[in-house]
Design a protein around this ligand. Structure first.
Ligand SMILES: Nc1ncnc2c1ncn2[C@@H]1O[C@H](COP(=O)(O)OP(=O)(O)O)[C@@H](O)[C@H]1O
Ligand SMILES: [Mg+2]
Length: 379
């Protein structure tokens, strides 16, 4: 018997994969460099790596399935094996001696005012990213109202070496630094502006963050001088704005967005928190405030809307107990919301890098000449 053996070439496989587009980056997966280590056996089995720009990619399964389908359509292919992985893209200039070397993306989580759930969102987004396999840290820059220690249930103290380098404690694989680790619970933090920004500078300069894909900064609420200084002084890749649906909050939000625009930090989008109340009794959603405020503001400012998180009693409870809802109950309405939003944030960063229009490259970070104030850990 005579078999006509079909020759499968690398080019024919790549050609088929060029039909698969990344919906956000608007290019095909071959041009994007996602397809790596392509191997074809004489039996017609094809395998390759699909290396995405973030492990939190919301469409990773769709991309993988489409890639498999595309390759299967090539005549002679008998089997397809795709290994899905990610290499997080980084801000430009990261390796050029800038601050926070080794940190690929610095995300500021900001809000116009306090109490909108900024810290809750920061903690849960960090958990969501870590769950997907990213390396994550949280810098709690809310010096007057630090909450990340509590929200993530950090019990360890930061270690310090002889050169005053600070090693952040790790909780749920997230590296965390917060003011609460440097003050006693009783002592109210009564510092003036310059001291606060110096403290935050120390968090950036003295802390050994190591290699991170995402460092989230829980920003102090509002848009005062401290916030503005901070925004200029930490090498922020992009900011996400947290709001509640009320109109008053929305005015603050606009101010917050303008602040980032002023210092050329790209705003990645708006998150609406406490959007409708999910009753723990009946499980129904009740819209207490006006609906869709976050969506409207995002539209009016030409920004992406990253999603809504419902007001759910379990979210607050989990936060108080140091066990964020994304870990405690990832299938709850808010758990799912946080996971989806984290994917969108990661994707917006990938889009930003792919456009190569990070304004950071234009930035020159100079630290203000404040008297040196060195971090001391609690004795
Ligand atoms: N989606 C939510 N559902 C229920 N409670 C929430 C939600 N988001 C935040 N909270 C609660 O609201 C309060 C304020 O949130 P917090 O994250 O501390 O706000 P901020 O950091 O903006 O001041 C906290 O008690 C928190 O547990
Ligand atoms: Mg807070």
């Amino acid at each position: 018997m005579y078999f006509l053996k079909l020759m499968i070439t690398e080019e024919s496989i790549l050609q088929s994969l060029r039909s698969v587009q990344d919906p956000d980056l608007h290019k095909d997966i071959v041009s994007l460099g996602f397809v790596q280590n392509l191997a074809i056996t004489s039996q017609g089995a094809v395998d390759f790596d699909l290396v995405l720009t973030t492990p939190a990619c919301p469409v990773k399964d769709i991309l993988r399935d489409s890639a498999v389908a595309a390759v299967k359509s090539v005549a002679g292919v008998t089997a397809v094996d795709v290994r899905l992985s990610a290499k997080v893209t980084s801000r430009p200039g990261m390796d050029k001696g800038q601050l926070l070397q080794g940190v690929k993306n610095v995300i500021a989580v900001a809000s116009g005012k306090g109490g909108v759930g900024k810290s809750t969102v920061t903690a849960n987004l960090a958990c969501a990213l870590v769950r997907q396999g990213a390396r994550v840290g949280i810098l709690d820059a809310d010096i007057y109202g630090p909450s990340q220690g509590m929200m993530l249930g950090v019990t360890e103290e930061p270690e310090m070496d002889s050169e005053k380098r600070v090693y952040p404690p790790v909780a749920r694989r997230i590296k965390v630094i917060s003011m609460s680790m440097f003050t006693d619970d009783e002592a109210p933090v009564v510092w003036r502006g310059p001291m606060v920004s110096q403290m935050v500078q120390n968090f950036v300069r003295q802390v050994e963050w190591g290699e991170l894909d995402y460092l989230l900064i829980d920003m102090p609420p509002g848009t005062g001088d401290i916030q503005l200084t901070l925004t200029q002084q930490a090498p922020i890749t992009g900011a996400v704005i947290v709001t509640t649906p009320q109109d008053v909050a929305l005015m603050d939000v606009k101010r917050g967005i303008k602040m980032f625009e002023k210092v050329s930090v790209p705003v990645l989008g708006v998150i609406e928190n406490m959007s409708g109340f999910i009753c723990d009794g009946c499980g129904k959603r009740h819209d207490i405030f006006r609906k869709d405020g976050g969506l409207r503001i995002a539209r009016s400012m030409g920004l992406p809307f990253l999603g809504t998180v419902p007001l759910e009693p379990a979210v607050a409870l989990c936060g108080d107990q140091g066990d964020p809802i994304v870990f405690r109950d990832p299938t709850s309405d808010s758990g799912k919301a946080f996971l989806e939003i984290a994917g969108r944030v990661a994707q917006e960063l990938s889009v930003l890098h792919s456009q190569g229009n990070d304004l950071l490259t234009e930035f020159n970070y100079t630290w203000s000449e404040l008297p040196e104030m060195v971090l001391e850990t609690k004795s």
